[in-house]
Design a protein around this ligand. Structure first.
Ligand code: APR
Ligand code: PHB
Length: 390
């Protein structure tokens, strides 16, 4: 098999890249190790920046997002019995859209099926090679038969545990990492959200977030210890803990119900430099991870893919400027989102090791933020998303 671009991974990064390349008439194949149902079963964040919405529109998959997504003009910060609204729209003129990553993935999958582009699902033993030469390739086993896909370029869209980053020689790659000493216990439930906007809370029992997927489906999180087992958390125990961390009026209003998903996710900041190795490009979670506070993961994946698609389209139009500067441009946006996600995480969680002094620093910063339009503007500008460089 031969194609122009071999894409490894059919998560949001690989699928969006496929849609943008399809629109430009660039031949490509996606190779995914899991099944479509497995890919759709992963529950992740659900806040889209305008930049991501624009890209999904450009790719031709924005219709349901515009019909069903919930535009949000602000969110609440709660701490020490106080509540402050960050008015995103007044501060920046922009807003975000609440629409689950699962739905984005489904829309991209449906579009791909409708335009008849190839995705190889359930591929075993996926391996990449030759990317330091003019003839890169992807090999895999499909229904027991060995396959070899030759391409001009490989796009490594295979997530944090993928094979692409792992295939780069250690001497060519640098990684930067911070692991946080806690996780998020998340629950998805078909109950109306407690508030029409998101609430981020710093409570003395730990962080909490009240989010949603729709007007009838809520997504809630509480900070938990890393050694906790999700099976040990009954639904009742979760709702009780959430009520303790919500502002009193919200706790009284909270509608509870059976969970339809419950999981614990660790928090990590991670960046790979560079994001290009010869004819292999990394995009999305394959190259970087952010802690979920601020919901930057999917948005960063989208901006990487926008830069990569642009570079590849320019290449086939006769200029290598875009692919040559891909890594530098992507990383300049990645590091800013890493900084924001780290800062927001640091501001809102209980850090066992920083003690009373750390907690006082958080409260002083939150108090300052509430009184300073300049500080709120910095926060809002980062939350709604920075522009794509270049
Ligand atoms: N071969 C083929 N496919 C693979 C391999 C492999 N060796 N390893 C992993 N994959 C697939 C995974 O099964 C998954 O479907 O690559 C895909 C990667 O998808 P994601 O992990 O969702 O990563 P990405 O598409 O970059 O999306 C980033 O996902 O984790 C969230 O917060 C993150 O929202 C962000 C988004
Ligand atoms: C979510 O709805 O899952 C979500 C929303 C906002 C965040 C993180 C996660 O900052």
């Amino acid at each position: 098999m031969r194609t122009q671009v071999a894409i490894v991974g059919a998560g949001p990064s690989g699928l969006l890249l496929g849609a943008l390349l399809h629109k430009a008439g660039i031949d490509h194949v996606i190779v995914e190790q899991r099944s479509p149902d497995y890919v759709l079963g992963r529950i992740r964040a659900g806040v889209l920046e305008q930049v991501a919405v624009d890209l999904l529109d450009e790719a031709g998959v924005g219709a349901r997002l515009h019909a069903e997504g919930l535009p949000h003009d602000g969110f609440d910060l709660c701490f020490a019995g106080r509540r402050h609204r960050i008015d995103l729209h007044a501060l920046t003129g922009r807003r975000v859209v609440v629409y689950g990553q699962t739905e984005v993935t489904r829309d991209l999958m449906d579009h791909r099926a409708a335009v008849g582009r190839t995705t190889v699902y359930d591929a075993d033993n996926v391996a990449v090679g030759g990317f330091d030469t003019a003839r890169p390739f992807v090999t895999f086993r499909q229904n027991g038969v060995e396959q070899r896909l030759e391409a001009d370029f490989i796009a490594g869209c295979d997530g944090f545990h993928g094979v692409c980053r792992a295939s780069v020689p250690g001497s060519a790659i640098q990684t930067f990492e911070k692991v946080y000493p806690f996780g998020w216990l998340g629950v998805l439930a078909d109950v109306p959200p407690v508030s029409h906007e998101l609430i981020y809370g710093n409570s003395d029992r730990g962080f909490m977030l009240a989010s949603m997927r729709s007007k009838t489906r809520s997504r809630y999180y509480v900070q938990c210890r890393l050694d906790e087992q999700v099976e040990a958390w009954s639904d009742d125990a979760f709702w009780d803990e959430l009520k303790r961390r919500l502002p009193a009026a919200d706790a009284e209003r909270l509608v509870t119900g059976p969970s339809i998903e419950k999981s614990i996710a660790p928090l990590r900041s991670f960046v790979t430099e560079p994001m290009r190795f010869g004819r292999l490009f990394l995009a999305g979670d394959a190259a970087h991870i952010v802690p979920p506070t601020g919901a930057k993961g999917l948005n960063l994946a989208a901006s990487d893919v926008a830069l990569l698609a642009r570079g590849l389209i320019q290449h086939y139009g006769g200029s290598d400027e875009g692919i040559d500067r891909y890594s530098e441009r992507a990383l300049s946006r990645v590091w800013k989102a890493e900084r924001f996600s780290w800062w927001f995480t640091s501001l809102m969680h209980q850090f066992p090791e920083t003690g009373g002094f750390g907690a006082k620093m958080q409260l002083a910063e939150l108090d300052y933020l509430c009184g300073s339009v300049a500080a709120q503007t910095v926060m809002a500008e980062n939350y709604v998303g920075l522009p794509i460089p270049g």
